[in-house]
Ligand binder design. Structure first.
Ligand code: PMV
Length: 308
């Protein structure tokens, strides 16, 4: 048997603008994980069971653009494995789907690693990341690649699409509270809506993306310098720019406000938006109180995580 797990993630700064070449920062969230178990089977074919999404199917009954089928096909073809072996694949995950925590990318990364290792062909992180990026394109259409990158490397990253990925040294640890609106919203739609805005007035939206990019650059320096308390104001500014892009929602804005009222140093939505999760900057002493306030304000779940 081969087992592999991959963490969730959140975007600290720069979502959406990252699709247009601006830098973004993301961190893994180890409290939630996708897990894949691959075992040999006495029955021919490849059977995939993902009880969390009510899937129990033979590989060849899934459409070829189904993300799980695509992971398996891409990988086995690339490794030159033919005919396909008889396998049982079990996928479980504690990462909520379509909520900005990278569930699709985490399943891809865990599945790629578990399959490759079961077949005796372990891959480098760079190879895993490249395979996972191909699958992200099926989920999103025009992904920046930040999700698969931060999840593959499971380290804080500073990322520019098609250009660079650096792991981010964290000068002093800081605490975040993640709050889930409980609303599921496909990233593909919010990314598509931002694209329509951009197409209607490229000059205006390039300036907005530039402003987001400057925030991500400043945030990187602040994190490296170990002055995380200064991040709060940048989170607030980044949230305002995401509101301008129309990707926040009343529920996200409500949780962001609740976090600020409960003493967060700053707060913003995170990821594709319209639903999913928001993040708030806390301290070790304020984190529990902020999480309780978020739940009182309607958050379906909260996670406290320390970066660095
Ligand atoms: O998967 P999510 O919800 O964290 O969103 C990804 C971040 C976007 O910038 C909105 C899209 C992308 O491909 O980078």
């Amino acid at each position: 048997m081969s087992i592999s797990s991959a963490p969730g993630k959140i975007i600290l700064f720069g979502e959406h603008a990252v699709v247009y070449g601006r830098p973004a920062l993301a961190i893994p969230v180890m409290q939630v994980q996708a897990k894949v178990e691959v075992t040999g089977s006495s029955r021919p074919g490849i059977r995939i069971a993902a009880p969390g999404v009510e899937l129990d199917a033979e590989l060849n009954t899934l459409p070829s653009d189904h993300p799980l089928a695509a992971v398996i096909h891409n990988l086995l073809f690339s490794l030159g494995i033919s005919p396909f072996p008889a396998l049982e694949i079990k996928i479980t995950s504690t990462i909520p789907v379509a909520s900005g925590l990278g569930s699709g990318a985490a399943v891809s990364v865990a599945l790629i690693r578990a399959l490759a290792s079961f077949l005796g062909r372990p891959l480098t992180d760079e190879q895993v990341n490249a395979f996972a990026y191909e699958i992200e394109k099926l989920h999103h259409g025009t992904p920046s690649g930040i999700d698969n990158t931060v999840i593959t490397y499971a380290r804080p990253v500073y990322f520019i699409k098609d250009h660079m990925m650096e792991t981010l040294p964290v000068g002093a640890p800081f605490t975040l509270v993640i709050g889930d609106t409980g609303l599921r919203a496909p990233t593909k739609e919010s990314v598509g809506d931002v694209r329509r805005l951009w197409e209607s007035d490229k000059h205006r939206w390039e300036q907005v993306f530039d402003a987001v990019g400057r925030i991500a650059e400043s945030a990187r320096r602040i994190i490296e310098a170990g002055r995380p308390q200064e991040l709060g104001a940048y989170m607030d500014q980044n949230h305002a720019l995401l509101q301008e892009m129309t990707v926040s929602s009343p529920e996200l804005d409500h949780l962001v406000e609740a976090a600020r009222k409960a003493g967060a140093l700053g707060a913003k939505m995170s990821g594709g938006g319209r639903g999913g999760n928001m993040i708030a900057l806390a301290t070790p002493t304020t984190a529990e109180g902020i999480a309780a306030s978020l739940r009182a304000a309607g958050a379906k779940n909260t996670i406290i995580t320390t970066v660095g």
